[in-house]
Write a protein that binds this ligand. Structure first.
Ligand SMILES: Nc1nc2c(c(=O)[nH]1)N[C@@H](CN(C=O)c1ccc(C(=O)N[C@@H](CCC(=O)O)C(=O)O)cc1)CN2
Ligand code: GAR
Length: 226
């Protein structure tokens, strides 16, 4: 990244602690000086990542699925719930588009995005990328580390190796084109917590690397060098 590289505006989606968000915030003073985080959005009110963003003077929004806006309390039927999810996603897209970001980064965003979100972002040519703690095509979805660990303990993990990746987000969950992948070897006698600790450490560097690569690609596709 050169000093006259274009500024890349990014919106970051979180659901929890925000340690990967913190890695991105910290990177703006060294590895990613031209990254401007314009908003952090969480689907969980208690997400500590919202506090991390506020401490860095980054605008935050809590976008809540069940605030009475998307469906009435109680147990709506599946069709009503799906309609609520799709309206939620449409509103999320509009919230993001209003900031005119260049990139959206899912950093521990634990909500499956429907085409009602993905289509408007694609229309606006705003790539969405995601950090997933598994190798391409393995352990799609939530609790990926736990599932890989269980397979390792059962002697069923291929090459005793799991991993992490940054990938483009498409409708098929965790099946978008990988941007960068890192293998992580499981170790005999290691606890799940120790593996998670090791993986989180690797994530904090991989999310910077993957974001750098996504930034380079988006600007080269727009005909600008970074
Ligand atoms: N359409 C897509 N949406 C999302 C993707 C994606 O690749 N395509 N990546 C995920 C992130 N993710 C794994 O990396 C993931 C997160 C959460 C879930 C999930 O099952 N969520 C449940 C709710 C779970 C909860 O609230 O604890 C749900 O949405 O019903 C799957 C995959 C981001 N979204
Ligand atoms: N399927 C997505 C998924 O499981 N993402 C995982 O959520 C955690 C967020 O941690 P953080 O809130 O400390 O950044 C990370 O471990 C990330 O891999």
């Amino acid at each position: 990244m050169t000093s006259n590289s274009p500024v890349t505006k990014a919106t970051i989606l979180i659901s929890g602690n925000g340690s990967n968000l913190q890695a991105l915030i910290d990177s703006t003073s060294n590895l990613l000086p031209n990254l401007k985080i314009v908003r952090v959005i969480s689907n969980k009110a208690a997400a500590y990542g919202l506090k991390r963003a506020a401490a860095a003077s980054i605008p935050t929004t809590y976008h809540n699925l069940i605030a009475g806006k998307y469906y009435k309390s109680g147990e709506p039927d599946a069709a009503v719930k799906q309609q609520g999810r799709e309206k939620y996603d449409e509103d999320l897209a509009n919230l993001i588009l209003a900031d005119k970001p260049d990139l959206v980064i899912c950093a521990g965003w634990m909500h499956i995005l429907t085409p009602r979100f993905l289509d408007p972002l694609e229309e606006a040519r705003i790539p969405v990328i995601n950090l997933h703690p598994a190798l391409p095509g393995k352990y799609d979805g939530a609790a990926a580390i736990e599932r890989a660990f269980a397979d390792f303990e059962a002697g069923k993990l291929e090459d005793d190796t799991t991993g992490i990746m940054i990938h483009y987000v498409i409708s098929a969950v965790d099946r978008g084109e990988p941007i960068v992948v890192r293998n992580i070897e499981c170790r005999k006698g290691e606890s799940l917590g120790e593996l998670q600790e090791r993986i989180h450490g690797e994530e904090h560097t991989l999310i910077i690397e993957g974001t750098q690569m996504a930034i380079s690609r988006l600007w080269s596709e727009r005909g600008k060098s970074t």
